[in-house]
Design a protein around this ligand. Sequence first.
Ligand SMILES: [Zn+2]
Length: 326
Amino acid sequence: MGIDNKKVVIGAIASTVVIVLASVVAITLQGSNNNNSTSSDVTLPTSENVSRDQLLQDANKGKRLKIMTTFYPLYEFAKAVVGDRADVDLLIPSGLEPHDWEPSARDLERLKDYQILIYNSAIFEPYIDKVKGLGYDLKMVEAASGMVLDQDPHVWLDPILAKEQVRIIRDAIASMDSDEGNSRYYDENARAYTARLDELHVKFEEGLRDCGRREFITLHSAYNYLVSRYGLKQITITGIEPEHDIPAGKIREIVDLAKRHGIDVVYAEEGIDDRLVRALAEEINAKVLTLSPIEVLDEEDLEEGKTYIAKMEENLENLRLGLGCR
Ligand SMILES: [Zn+2]
């Protein structure tokens, strides 16, 4: 269990108005998760001629695979691939913002029961190095492998890169499951889910084709891949992480840009204090809408059956409103 205090104090000056924002203190009490069962450790034979994955695969023969994913979209992608033939769990407790989440000793212990750990990239989940150092028989799968540019981990927000993530996840899971029937099943599932991502991509392309402007203001720099896919431009308040400090003069700059482009919407994101966004919106006479980086799905979202695809569709609707699309 850990208590994490994050404090962001922002003093922002816009025109003659001084916007002073109170400190944002996010206290997250991270509940310990249930899983305490100890797995019987498999002793693997060693041979230089046999790959480690092969050994793991043989040891798991006939067993139901247990797959751990770090944060929500990867959980959904892995679930979509395995259907009901393997177990998929989420490492970061739902509702917690993953950017600066760290696993507790208990979370690390929990990984002993799993054969596969799917994460996005070492820049999004820097604790992966720690997990590697534990020496568990755990296949580590980097779902953003080969996609990350400029230290930006948010590849899942581009449906085309999300498809690539699904492919990486499917290949990794299939390589660990020696049951050929399962392999075919994973392949069919991945194909069906990928078709839905293709539909999502077409909706974005069509929905963002004819708009009043291409620029939008959002809190953290999560949309580089999305904007380059659909020819948009994000103007961000903070950096790659939502709780970075705001550079002096930044707010003034955003106010000027907003006026120049006639922007009348500012995007907030769920799970992050929205006072800064509201103050900025008031300054430029704009509405506040939500744009989700789909990093946090809380219990309520999950109960309502919210999915990555549903959240992306909501994002598209809100982008269309903010960009004045027809
Ligand atoms: Zn982010």
